[in-house]
Design a binder for this molecule. Structure first.
Ligand SMILES: Nc1ncnc2c1ncn2[C@@H]1O[C@H](COP(=O)(O)OP(=O)(O)OP(=O)(O)O)[C@@H](O)[C@H]1O
Length: 470
């Protein structure tokens, strides 16, 4: 490690701390990820998912692993350096991002996902903290949980940060696939528009509760397999009708709303693949975009570039739209945009696993009656943003507990009781998501449903930390 001069810490994750450093020989700025646990052999290191998956990936929107160093049983990953992550960009913002900026980022991430899914990998822990940004470029990082699509289910270990966790994972399906990344992208895309998480559950049951309160309770029509999964663990969904996402994301265009709606489909098989998402009309301005590196000298800039630069982008001035007009627009099903335009080269070829494991899970019954619940409203990431939405109660921020539990809590999914949303403006600016690595997903323990209280405290510390795992 003598070749690297460590400058400063830029991140502290579950598995490692990340440092900005300079290669003394080449003067190149790099990110050094120092793993927290010790590694006593090279074989052990080479078996790490992060190494195995990243070594196979070479894409402009996937952060490059340059080198792996083991010294004194400590493992270091040397990555290309990126300026910041998406969460850092969002947390201190007062103004919303321009839609072109959101489009540009999402287009790049979907390209990386299409590449990766096509090669048989899915990430499983997409969240704003794992999307790294330098100027206009965005790259997927942290492949610690990446898994080969063809690896054999059941997948039993912990997967993904709660707020971005797909419902099939929450309901303990042991067979899931790249569609979990698409769900996460729907939640991230929505958050890029509003600067607040779409489904900020304070526990696993609360996560499902939040999802139901936004996209409505699943039915035989929308996700028969989900009802089956819920049944097999004695879970009863709270009863909600769906809200048109334009109500919750008033600054987004109808194309954006339509794409987010498809991505956040209960049924994994109804979510578009990454290749299909790239063909969505939301990305139409990107179809004509020629990356600067490919532009011939003297060539005119594309008429509709995907975005301005991160710093110089124009902002949305008027973020509210007429809800009357928007709510009358029906979302178009994913299949309506996906089929015709798919190019063979973009097709991921990822097989969706529709057959679900009917493993018997012996739980105590939990089912409380599914009476209509008060609709959940997502919290603001910071108070100044909440004020942007101050025109209507339906979009005003509500801060809710996200820190009362340890991120390493092993609390199982259980029936949520009615939450008591408490307006707490201005207390969410120090949030940081972490990933729980200790939780082992497996059959429910008897009694696990009833006995843990559903905690929604009415008073929150001002500087609470965004702990969303577990
Ligand atoms: N290549 C990089 N360049 C700059 N910063 C980085 C880089 N890689 C990671 N970081 C920063 O460090 C943080 C933690 O990194 P990473 O997610 O890889 O660690 P982890 O231990 O796997 O975290 P997690 O708890 O999310 O699993 C990131 O959110 C990011 O802010």
């Amino acid at each position: 490690m003598d070749r690297y001069k460590i400058i400063k810490e830029v991140g502290d994750g579950t598995f490692g701390s990340v440092w900005r450093a300079i290669n003394r020989q080449t003067c190149e700025v790099v990110a050094v990820k120092k793993m927290k646990r010790k590694y006593y052999s090279w074989e052990e290191c080479m078996n790490l998912r992060e190494v195995k998956s990243l070594r196979k990936m070479n894409h402009p929107n996937i952060v490059k692993l340059k080198e792996v160093i083991r010294e004194n049983d400590i493992l270091y990953f040397i990555f290309e350096y990126m300026d910041c992550n998406l969460y850092q960009l969002m947390k201190d913002r007062c103004k919303l991002f321009a839609e072109a900026e959101v489009r540009n980022w999402c287009f790049q991430v979907f390209q990386a996902l299409a590449y990766m899914h096509q090669r048989g990998y899915f990430h499983r822990d997409l969240k704003p903290e794992n999307l790294l940004v330098t100027k206009d470029m965005i790259k997927i990082a942290d492949f610690g949980l990446a898994r080969e699509v063809c690896s054999q289910p059941p997948f039993t270990e912990y997967v993904s940060t709660r707020w971005y966790r797909a419902p099939e994972v929450l309901l303990q399906s042991s067979v899931y696939d790249s569609a979990v990344d698409m769900w996460a992208m729907g939640a991230i895309m929505a958050e890029l528009f509003t600067l607040r998480p779409l489904f900020p559950g304070s526990s696993e049951p609360d996560e499902i509760y939040k999802i139901c309160s936004v996209i409505g309770t699943p039915t035989q029509n929308t996700w028969a397999e989900g009802l089956h999964l819920a049944n097999s663990i004695n879970y009863q969904f709270p009863q909600f009708s769906s809200t048109h996402l334009s109500v919750l994301i008033p600054s987004a265009s109808l194309d954006a709303i339509n794409l987010i709606t498809s991505l956040c489909s209960w049924d994994p098989s109804r979510r578009p693949t990454a290749a299909e998402a790239l063909q969505h009309p939301f990305f139409q301005p990107c179809f004509f975009y020629v990356p600067p590196s490919l532009r011939a000298k003297g060539m005119l800039a594309p008429r509709t570039p995907p975005s301005g630069s991160v710093k110089g982008a124009s902002e949305h001035k008027g973020v509210r739209r007429s809800l009357g007009t928007l709510s009358s627009v029906k979302p178009v099903a994913a299949s309506h945009f996906s089929s015709a335009k798919l190019s063979a080269s973009l097709n991921t070829g990822v097989q969706r696993r529709l057959e679900m494991d009917n493993q018997e899970v012996k739980n105590d019954k939990l089912a409380k009656s599914g009476a209509r619940q008060p609709r959940y409203r997502p919290p603001a990431r910071n108070s100044s943003v909440a004020s942007v939405y101050s025109g209507g109660a339906a979009t005003r921020g509500i801060i809710e507990n996200v820190s009362s539990k340890s991120p390493h809590s092993n609390a199982p999914l259980r029936q949520p009781q009615q939450p008591q949303p408490q307006p707490q403006p201005g207390s969410s600016s120090n949030m940081k998501a972490t990933t729980n690595t200790t939780m082992v997903r497996g059959p429910m323990k008897a009694g696990g449903w009833h006995h843990l209280p559903h905690e929604i405290p009415t008073h929150l510390p001002r500087n609470y930390v965004r702990k969303v795992a577990g």
